[in-house]
Design a binder for this molecule. Structure first.
Ligand code: NAD
Ligand code: IPM
Ligand code: MN
Length: 367
């Protein structure tokens, strides 16, 4: 069986806790003969600052570049609140995304049947929910220059962030969204703010042009603020939702809560397909390092395990193993297993590692 080179970057806070569960799942996939990996590990974020004085070393970046795929836990936390802005934990993750060219961030928000009552919204609004947020990940206000705080003559300060998009950046993310829609329900909604932002004007124009190649897909334009409202009013109206880096960050956290918890949402960050047909890819949960629950065994590992399932599917073409893992998660939830974030009031939740064990039991049972 082919052995894939997988780099694990657990990071900070609950990152290492949820990554430990993924390592157990990787062991189980190997034992079942479903997938085989050559595992490497390195540091990112605060843990790399502690060890090396920076959130991502050149060696770790080179290792990421050489890997077939990367799994990342989460970065950041109050411990590093006072480090210089340029070397804050999040800068390590942003460098990985930018330097590896991971421009397409897929964030699926799926409401599992067993959790339909766990959402912040009424059951009928979220039951069967299956949205794919396609977030542009290497452009926009995250990376635009200038990005600075300067001091004015009167001693007060001026802060600048710059939102920049080019035609090429919008075209390639639009293609990702339309191609995905073809394999789903054939509907794309594109969210921007062309009423206020020049980048929104260009975004809408370019997405409309790219749509001309996809007559089988319907396209709707929506202002990003209205989109946020629609996501909590009637979320199932959306299938593929394509948007820029910052709006995508915010809208995916909104979508997460529709599924019951931020601890449920996986993601894939993909680069361009090269001449050999392969692409750089990093898989990570949508959630952060959750300092409020770190070290307590409360973290939900499903977003991280779901990120491994996306890795199997998108990087290695192991659709069958990915389906088995996804259905093991579905059945585990159906059996009533709940970490604290998705447990109903008055019920006793299980720990991070008990949830990992329960999913592995279901996986072994089905394989
Ligand atoms: P967060 O996502 O870490 O946590 C938000 C809330 O969701 C918290 O109450 C947390 O306990 C809960 N939560 C998150 N993941 C959970 C899980 N798997 N199981 C159960 N509950 C979970 O966001 P935050 O608190 O705003 O940020 C904390 C730090 O994480 C910051 O430094 C931020 O920059 C960083 N962050 C990193 C990433 C990443 O590495 N990709 C993503 C988001 C935030
Ligand atoms: C995410 C996170 C990151 C982002 C941070 C940690 C840089 O919030 O992946 O959603 O803003 O992209
Ligand atoms: Mn975020």
């Amino acid at each position: 069986m082919t052995s894939y080179k997988l780099l694990l970057l657990p990071g900070d806070g609950i990152g290492p806790e949820v990554m430990a569960e993924v390592e157990k799942v990787i062991g189980a996939l190997d034992a079942l003969g479903l997938a085989r990996f050559e595992i490497e590990r390195d540091l990112v974020g605060g843990s790399a600052i502690d060890a090396h004085g920076k959130p991502l070393t050149d060696e770790a970046l080179a290792r990421a570049d050489a890997a077939d795929a990367i799994l990342l836990g989460a970065v950041g936390g109050p411990k590093w609140a006072d480090v210089a802005y340029e070397i804050r934990p999040e800068a390590g993750l942003l460098r990985l995304r930018k330097d590896l060219g991971l421009f397409a961030n897929l964030r699926p928000a799926i409401c599992y049947p067993a959790l339909a009552d766990g959402s912040a919204l009424k059951r009928e609004l979220v039951e069967g929910l299956d949205i794919m947020i396609v977030r542009e990940l290497t452009g926009g206000v995250y990376f635009g220059e200038p990005k600075e705080i300067t001091t004015l003559p009167d001693g007060s300060k001026r802060a600048v962030d710059t939102q920049v998009y080019t035609t090429a950046e919008i075209e390639r993310i639009a293609h990702v969204a339309f191609d995905l829609a073809r394999k789903r329900s054939g509907r794309v909604a594109s969210a921007e703010k062309h009423n206020v932002m020049k980048s929104g004007v260009l975004w809408k124009e370019v997405v409309t042009k790219v749509h001309a190649d996809y007559s089988d897909v319907t396209l709707e334009h929506v202002l990003a603020d209205n989109c946020a409202m629609q996501l909590v009013r009637r979320p199932k109206q959306y299938d593929v939702l394509v948007t820029d880096n910052l709006f995508g960050d915010v809208l995916s956290d909104v979508a997460a809560m529709l599924t019951g918890s931020l601890g449920m949402l996986p993601s894939a960050s993909l680069g361009a397909v090269d001449a050999k047909g392969s692409r750089k890819a990093l898989y990570e949960p949508v959630h952060g390092s959750a300092p409020d629950i770190a070290g307590k065994g409360y973290a939900n590992p499903i977003a991280m395990i779901g990120s491994l399932a996306m890795c199997l599917r998108y990087s290695f073409g192991l659709g069958e193993a990915a389906d088995l893992l996804d259905s093991a998660v579905t059945r585990t939830l159906a059996s009533g297993a709940r970490t604290r974030d998705i447990a109903a009031e008055g019920t006793t939740p299980i720990s991070t590692s008990e949830m990992g064990d329960a999913i592995i039991r279901e996986l072994k049972h089905a394989a």
